[in-house]
Write a protein that binds this ligand. Structure first.
Ligand SMILES: [Zn+2]
Length: 444
């Protein structure tokens, strides 16, 4: 998705949302082990559980390097561009254009939002384009530039409409409560997050991808998945299972759980159905079912809510401090100035970068739980759950060109999932049905 989203507020919020789509994909890792001997042993196990032939390995290492550089350089550039826009007086100019255009606050707010979105889109374009180019070159994406650009335009329009509304609300709250807006804005912001997560599967996701009921495209698979559901002792009606036509854009495999309440659903990418065996899909589905059953979406929303409140408070202090110190240079007089939005985004961008290890560590914990659940869920349904799970990770890793030996620091900082190698190694050795041990989430 577009990095532009990160830049405007809501976009901070939207960004939080994309993180809530709990994806069963690759990447990620646990914190590095402290015992070096233990680390050595687990590294050997990981190599055995997930490995690539030499040529593919070279491509995976090269592609991972590009992704890591784009990720960190993109974050740094996201922060630097806000500093430059402020320091070079571009933000003040945008504010003047908006204010001179009309006396109407709505016209001013939406004009300022539009100018800012255009600026950040243009400044991010080299990174976004190179990222797409690399994905195509390394066989991860089959999306043409026209379709890619159209997705970017749709993202921009959504950001403009919803970002503009959030900007209006933000400044209204700042005017009403100059010293407590960090709290009073947090409440509607959380309500917007909750509404967005609820409607996203129905209203936003279909703007970017096509979905069909899984019963319509793959009725036999639904029967198989209902066996897994039945073992979980829960109810996921077939009409809550969807197939996403990912193959029009990417070659990678995935499945995810999204929404809550009436919109809660499991989505399987058509690539997964095409390339994985029914046993492997059962495991991938079991993992997603784990997120569903273990209520990871509400838990993540609560976690993000607390984090957002802290970030808003630090944002409030940061905006005041920065305007007192640099406001004259930046020609931004107070927190009521439209330009203060960029100061707030600057503080939030820095905070969001430094909170990545916390958010990702939390996510990795959920992913591991879902892995355990998925493996337990297919016990008695597939012949050898450990082998099926390990093979699924091998397939996911291969299809996504995942580096079997990622840097521990990069894993710690930016992986939302444990590394494929460690997931595969865990899966290959996880067998609680022997030696009188018990599964974690099932009675047998
Ligand atoms: Zn997951």
């Amino acid at each position: 998705m577009m990095r532009v989203r990160v830049l405007v507020f809501v976009l901070c919020l939207f960004y939080a949302l994309t993180g809530v789509s709990l994806q069963a994909q690759t990447s990620g890792s646990p914190s590095p082990s402290s015992e070096s001997a233990q680390a050595q042993a687990s590294t050997t196990q990981q190599k055995a559980a997930y490995s690539l032939p030499p040529e593919k390995l070279a491509r995976a290492v090269a592609y991972s390097r590009i992704r890591v550089i784009l990720d960190f350089a993109g974050s740094a550039w996201g922060i630097l561009q806000l500093v430059l826009l402020l320091a070079l007086g571009v933000v003040a100019k945008m504010r003047n254009v908006a204010v001179n255009l009309s006396k109407n606050r709505w016209a001013q707010g939406f004009t300022f939002t539009l100018l800012l979105l255009i600026a950040s889109t243009v400044l991010d374009l080299p990174f976004d384009m190179y990222g797409h180019h690399a994905a195509v070159v390394y066989g991860q994406s089959v999306q043409g530039w026209g379709s890619w650009a159209w997705d970017a335009v749709k993202g921009l329009l959504l950001s403009f409409v919803f970002g503009g509304l959030m900007v209006m609300l933000f400044f209204w709250v700042v005017r009403k409560s100059p010293n407590r807006w960090w709290f009073w804005f947090w409440i509607p912001a959380m309500i917007v997050v909750l509404i967005t997560v609820f409607v996203a599967p129905v209203l936003i996701d279909p703007i970017f991808n096509k979905f069909e009921p899984l019963t319509k495209t793959n009725p036999a698979l639904v029967d198989r998945l209902e066996q897994v559901v039945a073992r979980g002792g829960i109810v996921i009606p077939p009409d809550r299972m969807f197939l996403m036509k990912a193959s029009e854009k990417v070659t990678t495999l995935n499945a995810y759980v999204t929404g809550y309440g009436a919109s809660k659903r499991v989505v399987v990418w058509d690539n997964s159905v095409a390339k994985a065996t029914p046993d492997e899909i059962s495991f991938i589905f079991g993992h997603e079912m784990g997120h569903y059953v273990l209520n990871h979406i509400p838990a993540t929303l609560a976690f993000m809510g607390v984090l957002l409140l802290i970030e808003f408070y630090v944002g409030y202090r940061g905006v005041r401090w920065l305007i007192a110190r640099y406001g004259a240079n930046w020609r931004i007089s107070s927190q009521n100035d439209w330009g203060a939005l960029v100061v707030m985004l600057l503080v939030l961008s820095v905070l969001s970068f430094f909170s990545e290890p916390i958010v990702n560590g939390y996510s990795r914990m959920h992913e591991h739980e879902a892995d355990v659940y998925g493996q337990e869920a297919i016990h008695g349904i597939v012949a050898d759950p450990a082998k099926t799970a390990q093979q699924s990770f091998q397939l996911l890793g291969e299809m996504s060109l995942t580096d079997p030996n990622p840097s521990p620091f990069v894993e710690f900082w930016s992986f939302s999932h444990p590394s494929v190698g460690s997931r595969a190694a865990f899966a290959a050795t996880y067998n609680p049905w022997v030696e009188g041990r018990h599964p974690k989430y099932f009675t047998k």
